[in-house]
Design a protein around this ligand. Structure first.
Ligand code: GLY
Length: 427
């Protein structure tokens, strides 16, 4: 099978590594890819790579042209923006199997208000929310919620559109900034309890869950500082209540898949349920329409069955005939190495040493003409460790980071630590 992966982050690098380990895959390509993906995949070149990844009609045409030219049997779309823009529809119209939903189904991520509407219709537990589409009603809406306020950009914001704050003025200022950018705002009640990311392959009807994971979205150790795209993750969750995955599939993912199908917009691809395990049970914080980053790097490090078979079965509506995925025993931890300044303006072009070790996945990197690998984004690398225990997997990841040199780099030192120390309390 010839598989083309669209995207340029560590999530796509993880997908490519899982596919490269799969004997059924005869050729792999990444577009646009990064300095690390070049070691496992061809880089056939994509006309207009920026539009293809940021999402536009010309980008969709470029992806279809490339998939035809490269003779892809399956296209896996990593980021949300091209899916929301209709890359999945364009590929399917061209008769090319695509792992990733239609633009209509990708609205589950593309519009928080749409996701709330689907959840209400499907009876899925989630936070109470109100949409604000102009400044006139903002104060009245904020007054109907207690601190801490949860203020979300309704649209795509690369994981940075959410502010959770106990300060009314900060909540108001974030809402105003989102409104001034021309997007509606969602104000939600705060969901207490540990967060879980559950990725499910959904082929319109059938649902196959992967291992549950947890990511760390805040910049600093101890979950302090601004939200980021994600600073690290681990899987599976040693503290998860028995039956958690089955429970979430039954009460959240299946009802949403059924509701999407009932609306005539079945979801086909990766449905990512971001949950809070509250004292009254799991509640949905958000849905995403693609693999999560950086959880994917940890989850796929443990996959032992065929990635291509699972992704193709999802794309072609044959999940009911697909054997359940199998997993390595033990745990995986991924730690994001970020550039100086991240999540604000970052310095790029710094030479990075130690980027070709095992478990070093590239995100914001590029290869200079002289062959040096240099930083090219905020989240530069995802370093993945594995082990029989979560403690061992943590030690493995941080040992691998010791071999990396990037001026000004920073990373969290506590990914998975609360779980190792038994400090994650459910309910
Ligand atoms: N892990 C957060 C995200 O992928 O959006």
């Amino acid at each position: 099978m010839r598989v083309l992966v669209i995207g340029s982050g560590a999530r796509e690098h993880a997908l490519l590594l899982a596919l490269a380990a799969d004997p059924a895959v005869t050729a792999l390509a990444a577009a646009p890819g990064n300095a690390g993906t070049a070691a496992v995949a061809e880089h056939p070149g994509l006309a207009d790579p920026l539009s293809a990844c940021s999402g536009s009609l010309s980008g969709a045409t470029a992806v279809v042209d490339l998939a035809r030219r490269w003779r892809a049997d399956l296209v896996v779309v990593g980021p949300e923006a091209p899916l929301v823009a209709g890359v999945g529809d364009a590929l399917r119209e061209a008769g090319i199997p695509c792992f990733g939903p239609s633009a209509e189904a990708a609205r589950i991520e593309g519009s928080k208000a749409f996701a709330k509407d689907v959840m209400a219709a499907a009876g899925v537990p989630t936070a109470r929310s109100e949409v604000v589409d102009g400044p006139a009603h903002l104060d009245a809406v904020l007054a109907r919620f207690d601190a801490p306020w949860v203020v979300k950009d309704d649209g795509l914001a690369a994981g940075k559109g959410v502010l959770v704050t106990a300060e009314y003025d900060d909540a108001r200022a974030h809402a105003m900034a989102v409104l001034e950018a021309g997007h509606p705002v969602l104000v939600e009640s705060f969901l207490d309890g540990p967060e879980v990311s559950l990725f499910c392959c959904v082929d319109g009807t059938d649902v196959v869950p992967l291992l549950p994971a947890q990511d760390s979205k805040r910049l600093g150790d101890g979950d302090v500082g601004p939200n980021t795209g994600g600073m690290g993750a681990y899987a599976p969750l040693p503290w998860a209540p028995d039956g958690l995955v089955d429970d979430v599939v039954a009460t959240v993912v299946r009802p949403v898949a059924e509701e999407m199908a009932r609306r005539g917009t079945p979801f086909s691809g990766l449905l990512y349920a971001g949950l809070a395990l509250t004292s009254t049970g799991p509640q949905v914080v958000e849905f995403n329409c693609r693999f999560g980053d950086p959880e994917t790097q940890a989850v796929l490090a443990l996959l032992r069955s065929s990635a291509s078979s699972l992704l193709l079965a999802t794309a072609t509506g044959r999940l009911s005939a697909e054997p359940a995925p199998t997993w390595a025993e033990g745990y995986a931890v991924t730690v994001v190495v970020a550039a100086e300044g991240y999540p604000g303006a970052v310095r790029t072009g710094e030479v990075i040493i130690g980027t070709d070790g095992d478990g070093v996945l590239h995100a914001g990197t590029r290869r200079r003409d002289d062959g040096a690998v240099v930083s090219a984004g905020g989240r530069v690398l995802s370093v993945v460790g594995t082990g029989a225990s979560l403690e061992d997997a943590r030690a493995d990841a941080y040992r691998r980071i010791d071999g990396i040199r990037l001026p000004g780099a920073h990373w969290r030192t506590d990914i998975g630590l609360a779980a190792v120390e038994g400090r994650v309390a459910v309910g």
